[in-house]
Design a protein around this ligand. Structure first.
Ligand code: SF4
Length: 347
């Protein structure tokens, strides 16, 4: 396959706060605004941001669990908006989701074996023997004993439930798994086991992941690239190492500074992140981060900053740190030519 596995272009989701013929005059919740990115085969793209930044809405739009207000989602070059029911079902085989709370996302009345094979049986009939063999194989793949096949979710630990959810996602041999806060409800030691399992599956099976989290220490561990979202928009998208070593957007900088550091030798800069995320019903004008930003200038209140490519392959939306005009050298002139295709797809 040439080109990205997934390409998202100008994805937007607004919810009107009302219905009927007055709908167009009602205020709207701007959950996702003009979001663009791509995911390559075998890549893990992490999406981070505070609660309410729109990252979970992006996940649901990608799975077409809701319709976008605007923009396109291309899976292996095909726009999923134009797919009829049968083709959409086939496309969903390629993308699976793992949710935050495995206890509520697993049917409590089904055994592990039934949970794991259920997605396949939506597409094809399996004999009892085939079902058993498939479930046992997938349980082994996620590091569980096939003897767990008859266990109910209530008879499993949190880690075993999440492994079962991952086994179910793997059953349809997807190219992409969207993990939405998939380890947030687990103990730290179990989190590490599940993250290592995901990275191992990626190496063995070449699966791509979109890993959505508010926890930067987890993201630093698992991500190849990171998209930072603030109030529905991507404000910085960078290779993981570059983002954590040298965040450019003031919001990224503050998020990283606020994250706990497990290494006592490693000192994080003191960049306070004050105040709450503003309401997406009435977002601040210009750069939505300006009421909380220590670097804000007059222009920040008036103009939404565009995403500007930087020399190291990242894109940043900030009038001060990544000015589109007025800099000694336009940042796009510094772009590594090997990265220009990727940047073009992000923008
Ligand atoms: Fe701060 Fe202005 Fe940059 Fe927004 S555009 S992050 S307000 S400096």
């Amino acid at each position: 396959m040439s080109g990205p596995l997934l390409k998202v272009e100008n994805l937007t989701k607004h919810y009107p706060l009302g219905a009927g013929f007055l709908k167009n005059k009602m205020p709207v919740i701007r959950a996702v605004e003009d979001v663009s990115f791509s995911v390559e085969p075998g890549e893990t793209l992490c999406i981070v941001g505070e609660s309410g930044c729109g990252k979970s809405t992006v996940a649901r739009l990608l799975m077409r669990l809701m319709e976008p207000t605007g923009g396109r989602v291309l899976v292996e070059g095909t726009d999923i908006a134009g797919l009829k029911k049968g083709a959409l079902r086939a496309s969903r085989r390629r993308m699976q989701m793992v949710f935050q709370d495995p206890f509520s996302s697993l049917n409590p009345r089904l055994t592990a074996g039934e949970i794991i094979t259920e997605p396949v049986e939506n597409f094809e009939r399996l004999s009892r023997k085939q079902r058993h063999a498939l479930a046992a194989d997938l349980l082994r793949k996620v590091g569980m004993s096939p003897e767990m096949i008859h266990r109910l979710p209530s008879e499993m630990s949190g880690g075993q439930r999440q492994r079962t959810a991952i086994a179910r996602a793997l059953a349809l041999e997807p190219s992409l798994i969207i993990a939405d806060e998939a380890v947030s409800a687990l103990d730290v030691s179990v989190q590490a086991q599940i993250l290592n399992l995901m990275m191992d599956l990626q190496q063995r099976m070449g699966i791509s992941f979109i890993f959505i989290s508010h926890d930067l220490s987890v993201v630093e561990h698992i991500g190849h690239r990171v998209a930072v979202m603030y109030l529905g928009r991507i404000v910085e998208l960078a290779p993981c190492g570059a983002l954590f070593a040298k965040p450019v957007h003031p919001y990224t900088e503050a998020l990283i500074a606020a994250a706990p550091v497990p290494d006592p030798e490693r000192v994080r800069p003191d960049v306070p992140l004050e105040g709450e995320v503003p309401s997406p019903i009435n977002p601040p004008s210009g750069c939505a981060f300006h009421p909380r930003c220590p670097l804000a200038i007059a222009r920040c209140r008036a103009e939404v900053p565009p995403l500007i490519p930087m020399a190291d392959g990242r894109v940043v939306a900030c009038h001060v740190r990544a000015p589109a005009t007025g800099a000694h050298e336009h940042p796009s002139a510094m772009v590594d030519p090997t990265l220009s295709g990727e940047i073009a797809s992000i923008r």
